[in-house]
Each structure stands twice: as structure tokens, then as C-alpha cells.
Write a protein that binds this ligand. Structure first.
Ligand code: ATR
Length: 272
């Protein structure tokens, strides 16, 4: 029987994960099926259990279920525990192993695909929601000289600073406190681009910044990346590479094989 996997979310029809995993499976000659599964907002647990009982081997979890997935897992990897969110399930008999591959995906995209090392850099991470939380420890493990977490609601940035303080040089700020500060890399982990809005950041922050990264992606530059470009950023990247890299990390967890990501990133870019 073909091993079955799925991405679960609501909405889900826009998800590129089935395309990505089908490409990985072809490339690595794995016999597997990967579908998109729409879960009712109040039926996440039932939908997961049903898929598991039908013989499903694993799942990716997307908006808005990553926190519920964290609660449902019967065991957690260290990176999922730190992120307090789960984007990957591996089913093992009745057990549900919860993992989080988002942070590893971001770090691999920046370091391996874009060739920018995070070590010794001054990094600004914007946002203090689930997306930001999941990438803090993976970034700190690369030993940046400083990681500043900035958020519209600064209290949330302070909570994250306290949680991860032991792992590196961390600061928490609100956006107004950033003026006159210099960063090498700026990463947008807010959901502002989803609503086509911009965080309230001083344009001076972007001047000569080595890399501005938006975790969102689309056929066009996101509004945030356009703003960074207009104000002097040296290099821009959206989150398409991160999407493919986090998928590759999940694929590795399930199949024990690391697929080549570059051809899949190029293929997706050509279709956007
Ligand atoms: P996600 O799981 O995508 O991180 P989330 O947990 O709801 O979603 O967090 C959304 C993040 O985007 C938060 O940091 C939010 O800031 P607040 O904590 O102040 O709400 C941030 N955000 C969303 N829209 C924003 C905007 N227009 N300007 C600045 N920050 C924004």
C-alpha cells in the first residue's frame, strides 16, 4: 500500500505542499501519496485521528492549527517544544510525534540557498507571534552577534526575550525604539503582508541592509519587500525558499532521505 501523507489547514486549497512533496517523491523515487486536507475549524482533532486510523503516516499542519497540533501531539521534539507550535506530525502506531521544521527551513534558506551566514550578524526579527517564536532558537544557534525582536505589541516581544534569553544576545523592542539602530539582516515574521499592510518602521532602518527577508511570498514582491527596496536594502528575499526547505525537513523526518530543494524552488518560482 502507498504511504499516505497530507497537509491539514483551513483554508487549504492554496497550499503548495502537495506540489512540493510530489516533486520530492518523484526525485527520490519514493512511493507515497500526499494530499491537501481541509479541516473544519472546530474539528481538527477528529480529522487528524481519522487520517491516522486510515493508515496515514504523517502530516504537515498549517494555519490556523499549529498550536492545536502542539496540544494534540503525544510526544514533541525539542524544537517543537521551544516553538510551542507543531507543523509536522509523524504517526507511530497510536503515537503522534510533533515536530517544527519552520525554523530549520528559514535558516537553511538564508544560509544555504542565499549564501548569507547568520553568524556574527546583527539581526532584527519583526513579530512576536507563532511564526516568530518558531525561528528564534534556530537563529540563535547560528550565533548572531545580536537578535532584536521587535513587535507592535512590545510586551509579547519581552515574553519571547525572557523565554530564549539563555541562548544568546537578545533584545526586545517596539518599532519606535529602533530608530538609529543598524542591522545586517531584517526578517519579517509578522502577518502584516497577509493584509497588505506595513509594520510602522522607520524607512532609515533599511539603508544598506545586507538582506531583508519576508516569510510571506507571492507572484510579486510583497509590500514589505518593495518598501525595503525603495529605502536602500541591498538584497531581498521572500519566503518561498523557506517553504520548500521546511517541507524538505519534514520529508527527511518521514522518509529518511533529504531531497534536493533547488530544482523545486525554481519550479515553483516559474509557476508563480
Ligand atoms: P503568526 O502565527 O503568523 O505569527 P500571530 O501569532 O497572529 O500569527 O502573530 C501575528 C504577528 O504579526 C504579531 O506579531 C502581530 O503583532 P501584534 O502582536 O502587535 O498583534 C504582527 N502583525 C500583524 N499585523 C501587523 C501590522 N499591520 N503591523 C505590525 N505587526 C503586525
Amino acid at each position: 500500500m502507498t504511504d499516505r501523507y497530507a497537509v491539514i489547514g483551513n483554508p487549504i486549497s492554496h497550499s503548495k505542499s502537495p506540489l512540493i512533496h510530489a516533486a520530492f517523491a518523484r526525485q527520490t523515487h519514493q512511493s507515497m501519496q500526499y494530499d491537501a486536507l481541509l479541516s473544519p475549524l472546530d474539528g481538527f482533532q477528529t480529522t487528524v485521528r481519522h487520517f491516522q486510523q486510515q493508515g496515514g503516516k504523517g502530516m504537515n499542519i498549517t494555519v490556523p492549527f499549529k498550536m492545536e497540533a502542539y496540544q494534540l501531539a503525544t510526544s514533541l521534539t525539542e524544537r517543537a517544544t521551544n516553538a510551542q507550535a507543531v507543523n509536522t506530525f509523524k504517526f507511530d502506531q497510536q503515537d503522534i510525534v510533533g515536530d517544527n521544521t519552520d525554523g530549520a527551513g528559514l535558516v537553511r534558506d538564508i544560509e544555504c540557498n542565499l549564501g548569507v551566514t547568520l553568524t556574527s550578524k546583527r539581526i532584527l526579527l519583526m513579530g512576536a507571534g507563532g511564526a516568530a517564536r518558531g525561528v528564534i532558537l534556530p537563529i540563535l544557534l547560528q550565533h548572531p552577534s545580536l537578535l532584536t525582536i521587535a513587535n507592535r505589541t512590545p510586551e509579547k516581544a519581552h515574553v519571547l526575550k525572557h523565554q530564549f534569553d539563555a541562548h544568546g544576545h537578545l533584545l526586545a523592542r517596539d518599532y519606535a525604539e529602533l530608530c538609529n539602530q543598524r542591522f545586517d539582516i531584517i526578517i519579517n515574521a509578522t502577518s502584516a503582508s497577509l493584509n497588505d499592510t506595513l509594520p510602522d518602521l522607520s524607512p532609515d532602518l533599511f539603508e544598506d541592509v545586507m538582506l531583508v527577508y519576508d516569510m510571506m511570498y507571492g507572484s510579486d514582491l510583497t509590500r514589505f519587500l518593495k518598501y525595503a527596496q525603495q529605502h536602500g536594502a541591498q538584497r531581498l528575499s521572500d519566503g518561498l525558499g523557506m517553504l520548500v526547505e521546511q517541507a524538505a525537513e519534514s520529508f527527511f523526518l518521514w522518509r529518511g532521505i533529504r531531497p534536493e530543494t533547488q530544482p523545486v524552488i525554481s519550479f515553483l518560482k516559474s509557476g508563480l
